[in-house]
Design a protein around this ligand. Structure first.
Ligand code: GUN
Ligand code: ZN
Length: 456
């Protein structure tokens, strides 16, 4: 990649060191209300309080950019579950998961056999991620290798840290969308060889979900994971009650849904399972033991009427589960992770109807999920998900007050950032009232893209 000159920003910085749900806030949260951030060659070189770093920055002779002095800079958002070929059928009316797949998803995904069409959609998909502040995503492709090539090519051009994979699916879908155990293995393998580790890209083996793969195909997914020890696995798990019944009838020898993936060694520390709504206590325990991750997709779960994630069960200190946030577009209804956090909070509040003791999602937990938590689920928290020296300069600047209403609301909270509690209150109002208007600028490996809440 081309060399980038040093840039210095004066800004507010929020980043996490650990999950604020499990350790005291002082250990989890790094907040600097008046910071200098030095970026060099696509990475964070230094970050610290303005007064402390200013002499050093002055000596470097670099101009300080104060455009974001009143904005909140965070690590770029991490979307841990999203479908590239579903953007054109977002907001499709009136179906639960299985009929929604038949009626809307499968017809749409067939269009991605055309590489030109896929390339055109990849542009919009990637530009939209960036416009909403998302710099990293774990993405489902379609069954077509050429569409996954197109997405990788677009992400490579933008130097994004993106992980994706071609869907493996050899049954229970229209013929035009089916591969076979052997062809799914071969084309996944050649995609891995072409793209995995190139620039900032990574591969994820992607069986759609247990019902659309034969045991033979799940064996091929296992073979890929064994041959490539640093690729991820992504699939769906326990999203919908009809889906659960179907899995039981297709795999009668497995004790439960997770048991199907376990039977093929697909529940590993590299596995990201989308949803996990109906997991039993035993399944939750076993996910913790495997150190697999769950992607919480609230807008999707509400939109498809799938159900409510058992938040407090997944947050049990006895078996902490690695959790990320996912939009699950096109069942998810937006790309914006602020909006997704808004819905996540509501899911945890509704869950109290059944579990009154459940502590709803806090603002610190929310912003952790959208940044470092997501990076951890994707096993890339050594290079993204934090603002710290040596980390890649994937960032998002949020405007606290893009409207008179948000400005007034924020002004009612203690200023200026007297305590972590006051900060948490401000962050909570931001995630509940915020939307695309708040996303001011996104940096991908140090390169800024002005957003201003606009569509690309
Ligand atoms: N389960 C299997 N395929 C899909 C999909 O495309 N979206 C969602 N939300 N769930 C699935
Ligand atoms: Zn999904």
């Amino acid at each position: 990649m081309t060399y980038q000159a040093t840039k210095v920003y004066r800004t507010q910085i929020l980043s996490f060191q650990q999950d604020p749900g499990y350790v005291p806030l002082e250990q989890a949260v790094d907040f600097i209300s008046d910071a200098l951030l030095v970026l060099s060659n696509g990475k964070v070189e230094q970050v610290g309080p303005f007064e402390a770093l200013k002499p050093q920055v002055d000596a470097m002779g670099v101009t300080i950019d104060a455009t974001f002095q009143d904005s909140l800079m965070l690590p770029g958002f991490v979307d841990t579950h999203i479908h590239f070929p579903q953007i054109e059928m977002m907001g499709a009316y009136g179906e639960h998961l299985l009929s929604w797949l038949e009626k809307y998803v499968f017809p749409t995904e067939q269009k991605f056999a055309d590489p030109e069409y896929a390339a055109q959609m990849a542009e919009l998909f990637l530009d939209t991620l960036i416009a909403k502040g998302t710099t990293t995503a774990l993405v489902f492709g379609s069954v077509h290798a050429c569409a996954t090539d197109a997405l990788f090519a677009g992400a490579y051009q933008r130097n994004m840290r993106l992980i994706t994979g071609k869907v493996m699916m050899d049954r229970h879908a229209p013929q035009a969308l089916l591969d076979t155990p052997e062809t799914s293995y071969q084309s996944s393998k050649s995609l891995i060889e072409r793209w995995h580790g190139k620039g900032r890209l990574g591969y994820s083996v992607t069986p759609r979900f247990a019902p659309t793969s034969t045991p033979k195909q799940l064996q091929q997914a296992r073979r890929l994971l064994q041959e490539y020890p640093d690729v991820l696995l992504q699939t769906h798990l326990s999203e919908n009650l009809h889906e659960l019944e179907w899995v039981k009838s297709l795999f009668p020898d497995c004790s439960d849904y997770l048991g199907v993936y376990e039977a093929f060694d697909l529940a590993t520390d590299r596995s990201v399972f989308a949803h996990g709504i109906y997991l039993s206590d035993s399944e939750i325990n076993r996910i913790g033991q495997h150190r697999s991750a769950i992607s919480f997709c609230p807008t999707s779960n509400l939109f498809l009427g799938s159900g409510l994630l058992k938040w407090s069960k997944l947050r049990c200190p006895n078996h902490p589960i690695s959790l990320g946030l996912g939009t699950d577009v096109g069942a998810g209804t937006c790309f914006n992770l602020l909006t997704t956090l808004n819905e996540a909070y509501k899911v945890t509040m509704l869950g109290r109807l059944e579990r009154p003791e459940q502590q709803p999602l806090t603002a610190f937990e929310a912003f952790y999920l959208a940044t470092l938590g997501g990076a951890k689920t994707l096993k890339i928290d050594h290079c993204v998900g934090r603002i710290a020296p040596g980390y890649e300069a994937d960032l998002v600047a949020l405007n606290w007050t893009p409207s008179p209403l948000q400005k007034m609301r924020q002004s009612k909270i203690q200023q200026p950032f007297g305590s972590l509690e006051a900060l948490q209150e401000k962050l909570f109002a931001l995630m509940m009232m915020g939307d695309d208007r708040n996303v001011q600028c996104t940096w991908v490996a140090g390169v800024p893209y002005a957003c201003g809440g606009n569509e690309p």
